[in-house]
Design a binder for this molecule. Structure first.
Ligand code: ISE
Length: 330
């Protein structure tokens, strides 16, 4: 039968996670879906044979058939639902960000540590993308020397009307914040954010502990499609994410390649591998990917980034000491 998974939230991400689990993840099945919009819940359940519609998130978490939970509710609800999963002792994959604010993230870490068992995986799925993985392996190989800079571009085709400039930081830029921490193995020491007004592009500069610099263009209304780029500049060479297009077409004197419509097709392999790693970890009684500490660190940087966006100043990132429960020294 495999791992019974409950999915909280049947919007874009929840529906896609449910579809991927049903169609592509081994030894797991979706057994329950919760969403305040019953029509959305039923549509997502239709793609997951036999999934029940739970009355609400807590009923889903309490369902004895639910062994593990995927949280894909609105960002503001992530920490609360994660705390409920921890209280129930159920492993949880929480979509990014773990929490919109540092206090909420701290509460999650305190609850997980108090329970004495790592249960939380945060959905920074680029860690499972083959291209980002190859970039990290290339750097770790040592032949290129130390990383000096990381140039990033993160473009969405269009953002909804309710998507604020601050969300371009807390909801979009967080991917590069986590990717930089993961690729470089360093924390972010300071952040500066320029632009980002009226849906226009923003430019973020991350100063990493150890001196490496990261620049990120985030443009959530790029219009032409969804595109993510990354180039790592090292002492003795560079590593660049390859263009993900499956084919390039040459016809009528022109050369063209498709551009993804959004993050789901662009990172399809990453989402599938992230969910499979989650199921494998649940079976093994461990966790995979980004931990709650990684979630807190990304939220702390994004929190500083929102203040930097408002002020135009460089803002130092204040991180609490990394708890021993998460491999830290304290
Ligand atoms: C969205 O929530 C995602 O997580 C996508 O990966 C990201 O590219 C997009 O900017 C976010 O809004």
């Amino acid at each position: 039968m495999g791992i019974g998974i409950g999915v909280i939230g049947a919007g874009i991400m929840g529906a896609d996670h449910a579809r991927i689990i049903a169609a592509e993840v081994a030894r797991a099945r979706v057994v329950a879906i919760a969403d305040p919009d019953r029509g959305r819940a039923e549509a997502a359940a239709a793609a997951s044979r036999g999934a029940r519609i739970a009355a609400d998130a807590q009923a889903l978490i309490d369902d004895p058939a639910v062994d593990a939970v995927v949280i894909a509710s609105p960002d503001a609800a992530h920490a609360g639902h994660t705390l409920a999963c921890i209280a129930a002792g159920k492993p949880v994959l929480c979509e990014k960000p773990l929490a919109p604010t540092l206090p909420e993230a701290r509460a999650v870490l305190a609850a997980e540590a108090a329970g004495g068992r790592r249960l939380v995986q945060v959905g920074y799925m680029r860690r499972f993308d083959p291209g980002y993985g190859a970039m990290r392996e290339g750097l770790a190989g040592g032949g290129l020397g130390a990383a000096l800079m990381l140039h990033c571009v993160h473009r969405n085709a269009a953002a909804p009307a309710w998507f604020t400039p601050a969300m371009a930081v807390t909801n979009s830029l967080v991917h590069e914040i986590d990717a930089a921490r993961w690729l470089l193995g360093r924390e972010v020491a300071a952040i500066r954010v320029l632009g980002g007004r009226a849906g226009g592009p923003l430019l973020a500069i991350l100063e990493m502990a150890g001196g490496a610099l990261v620049d990120v263009e985030v443009f959530v209304n790029a219009g032409y499609g969804y595109e993510v780029r990354a180039e790592l500049v090292c002492q003795a060479g560079t590593l660049t994410l390859a263009r993900p297009a499956a084919t390039e077409q040459r016809a009528d004197g022109r050369q063209s390649a498709a551009v993804a419509a959004d993050w789901r097709p662009r990172f399809a392999a990453a989402y599938r591998r992230q969910l499979q790693a989650f199921v494998d970890a649940v079976e093994a009684g461990t966790t995979a990917g980004a931990s709650a500490w990684d979630g807190l660190a990304a939220t702390a940087v994004a929190d500083a980034g929102v203040r930097a966006l408002a002020s135009g100043d460089g803002i130092a990132v204040e991180l609490p000491p990394r708890p021993a429960f998460y491999g830290g020294a304290d």
